[in-house]
Ligand binder design. Structure first.
Ligand SMILES: [Fe+2]
Ligand SMILES: [Fe+2]
Length: 457
């Protein structure tokens, strides 16, 4: 079989520079997000340059193309896609952030947030991105929102099943019954045509890392096990998704014994800015995750990995710092995350001393605290000798980055693993409940991570 090479990206969330002036309102908004905002144009340009110069036959973008459906963001982003299309085939699906599903478009000026931002309606998206999928499609399904799913052929024997899963008609992400019947017909047709069928949608079919991280809210499609089973039993083997902004791979096996493997493609405009190259071979799909090395922003060349990691960890630091500062800072920073900050005012007083301690605490501080609580035996003293002076803030930041890139530190560093798991075992000892047990399992998964470099699925 002649090998076909694809590259998947997701969650480009392009944010137009016309929507912010860098004032306090923008500072708060930017600090409340793991992904970048004003930098997105520069990051996307650099990634598209790298992709244009790669040996990929086609580029696939798995939704959340824009920040939040702002018309100006769509217009700027489509120009970038047209420029890339001069070098590569480009296919996209849209997702809920492409039509501002929260009804809260924002622009930022000085201290103020304004909401009078023109946005694109979901019924406009299919025509707006017609040249990136619908135009080349073998078959197309128009959803009740007016968005579209389609199939398109790439190379000699690969077919992409590009699915819009914004709403299933029952209040969750997924597919209506007529949509599902069209999908099953496409899976059967691909088998009849001898094509390797690769699915792409925005929401997750299965939880990754741990259900307490990706199994909550609207991260997955509604009734996820039923949907994943139905797709697997129909014969679909591969799905590429975005949405969680986490880069990882997982699989699900239905009760009938059929397995579907899901590659969750992380956000291009946040750490680790992955570009997932896929080589379709006789043995399966060979996965090679490349991460963006650098981009040019305001005339400077930026080390992308270092910059994006710092931006992601600043999300936690700025939130805790707010509690360590004033009540006003605390509530402002929560509001910038889309929460009702005033509802959390009372939390400021108990959190304030803890937040101040957070920035001073080291592993030794945690150890002393656990000793005082009678948990001395849970801490590995050899590991503590290595990491005793390491700030707690660094452990937390590294854990957050390991969620995003699935490259846990615990495999290569046994002392690190023993120390963190010792602390979580102590927490379970102090209070055995669903929260502490889930936390321990989640941290175990995060620390062990996944090795998807050169994986074949
Ligand atoms: Fe997203
Ligand atoms: Fe999303």
């Amino acid at each position: 079989m002649k090998e076909t090479k694809l590259v998947f990206i997701a969650d480009t969330h392009h944010f137009s520079k016309t929507l912010a002036d860098g004032g306090r309102a923008y500072y708060l908004r930017s600090g409340s997000d793991q992904k970048c905002l004003l930098e997105t144009g520069a990051i996307i340009d650099a990634a598209f340059d790298a992709i244009a110069n790669s040996d990929a036959d086609a580029v696939l973008l798995a939704g959340d193309i824009t920040n939040d459906g702002e018309r100006v963001c769509h217009e700027e982003m489509r120009e970038k896609l047209y420029a890339l299309q001069k070098k590569k085939d480009v296919f996209v699906i849209t997702a809920t952030h492409d039509w501002c599903c929260d009804g809260n478009p924002r622009k930022f000026s000085g201290n103020a947030v304004y909401h009078d931002v023109p946005v694109m309606g979901h019924e406009e998206l299919r025509d707006f991105y017609f040249d990136f999928g619908p135009r080349q499609a073998n078959s197309e399904f128009i959803t009740h929102l007016g968005t579209c799913s389609y199939t398109v052929d790439v190379g000699e024997n690969v077919r992409i099943l590009a699915l819009n899963d914004d709403q299933n008609g029952s209040g969750a992400a997924g597919f209506s019954e007529p949509h599902f019947q069209w999908i099953e017909a496409q899976i059967a047709q691909a088998q009849a045509d001898g094509k390797v069928l690769i699915g792409m949608e925005h929401h997750l079919l299965m939880t990754h890392v741990h259900p307490m991280i990706t199994g909550v809210g609207s991260t997955c499609v509604g009734d996820r096990e039923a949907v994943a089973s139905r797709l697997a039993d129909a014969g679909l083997r591969y799905m590429f998704v975005g949405h969680s902004h986490i880069q990882c791979i997982g699989s699900f096996t239905s009760a009938k014994g059929n397995t579907i493997t899901e590659v969750n493609v992380g956000a291009l405009v946040g750490y680790p800015a992955p570009m997932v190259y896929v080589t379709v071979t006789d043995a399966g799909l060979k996965i090679d995750v490349e991460t963006l090395k650098s981009f040019t922003f305001e005339g400077k060349t930026i080390d992308a990995q270092r910059y994006l990691a710092a931006h992601a960890t600043a999300l936690i630091d700025r939130l805790v710092e707010g509690a360590a500062l004033t009540k006003r800072e605390f509530t402002d920073r929560l509001c910038a995350m889309g929460l009702k900050g005033e509802n959390f005012e009372k939390l400021y007083y108990p959190l304030h001393p803890l937040a101040r301690l957070y920035f001073k605490a080291t592993a030794n501080t945690v150890y002393r605290l656990l000793c005082a609580l009678g948990c001395r035996t849970y801490i590995d003293r050899t590991a503590l000798a290595v990491y005793g002076d390491k700030p707690l803030q660094e452990f937390v930041g590294e854990t957050w980055l390991s969620i995003l890139d699935a490259q846990g530190k615990g495999v290569s560093d046994k002392a690190y693993y023993r120390l963190v798991m010792g602390v979580t075992n102590a927490l379970v000892h102090l209070k055995r409940c669903t929260l502490t047990l889930d936390l321990r399992d989640a941290l175990n998964n995060i620390l062990l991570g996944e090795s998807f470099k050169d994986a074949v699925i």
